[in-house]
Write a new protein. Sequence first.
Length: 477
Amino acid sequence: MNDSRSDTTSDLIDRLAAHKTLGAAPREELAWLAVHGSLRRLGAGEVLSHRGVPVEGLYVVLSGRVSLSADRGAGLQKIIEWRAGDVSGILPYSRLVNPPGDAIAQEPTEILALDRKHLRALTHECFEITSILVRTMVDRARLFTFSDLHNEKMISLGKLSAGLAHELNNPASAIERSASLLEDRLEDTERATRALGAAKLSEAQLGAVDAILASCMAKEAQTPRSCLEQSDREEAIADWLCAHKLDIANAAMLADTEVTFEALDQLAAVVSGSALNAVVRWAAAGCAARRLASGIQGAAMRISGLVMAIKGFTNMDQAMVAQPVDLGSSLDNTVAVLQSKAREKSVDVSVDVQCNLPSVLGFAGELNQIWGNLIDNALDAVSACGRVEVVASREDQGVLVKIIDNGSGIQEQDLARIFDPFFTTKPMGQGTGLGLDIVWRLVRHNDGAIEVESKPGRTEFRVTLPIAGTDPAGAPE
């Protein structure tokens, strides 16, 4: 990057007068800027300002193009671009110190740089330029805010989509597997039914058939059998079938039912031979078909429940207006969509909502994003087999929601900065530094307050929101 004094002050003033952003300022103010600034030329790929390094000053882009890129957890992404006619760098009254990424020239570029030490004098000597730059700063802040929210939503959506796909895959695979097996069991049932009809059983024998069917379909035990217990049961049933000269291929299907050996013995006492084999196969295949159908229904209900949870979490079909929000369902939906992540780490997540908890007044979609970010952060903070608690209760004229985890905690020196944009305690590439900043903004937008306390083994975020029917100060509407 080179400084150049080859251009005369008059030439710089003329170029500033044609500048899209500053051109409307009085010529004497543009002259002050030209005298106190320095012309710099950057080659393509040259860095104007570095991430984490204080910005040197105000940059008036005269020609070329400069872009600011940052890694927000999904690789390097362009945040904003400045072209000829734009102004970047530090602006009057701006709190910007360290940029969130590197500003790099995308092509040969010329800028007029005003060192930050001259900014105070600029505000005194150049009223019109200062006014223009303040408006530029407000527009830039609005753009960054919108960009931050959009990017954080996209990152959250990506995490949510991955978790939801995993959650939906399990019941969907169960339905596919059960439907395939159901076709085979129905064929077995049809063949056994034909054999059973050909046996021409008596009334007493048909009564025994009903009894064995009832035994097969008995309610399952509360505690599922272990793999070893199931294997032993299948082996014992195979021995019984072999002793009665029956087809031992039915042993696996019978072992999956709750049939007892007492019921089998009672059946063998009144039915024998090929008729007994037909009855056993008919009962086993019929029970297996019913079990598979029940499994398909359960998996379908699981998918339906997940769809309802994601619909509630994203607040579909709801207008973006402040309205009474049921925090119980809001928190339950959020935990449901993050459940796969909790299971991957074997984290116990509990939700404790006070009975008759009043609704809060807020934007439902924004509240869900608050809970999503806080609970997701808590899951990241705890180790395997950790614990996350979500507690909601009434407190004075508001509702208090606490997100508590038993992770390693936040360092004391970091507590004051965790809500700052682009600050993160996560490893490089795993955190954007925007999640808690956006949580803070959304809490404020919903007339709430957020606090945090942390020590090793316990971190607690507390969000207080106004009850529906009261104003933010707590007085009845």
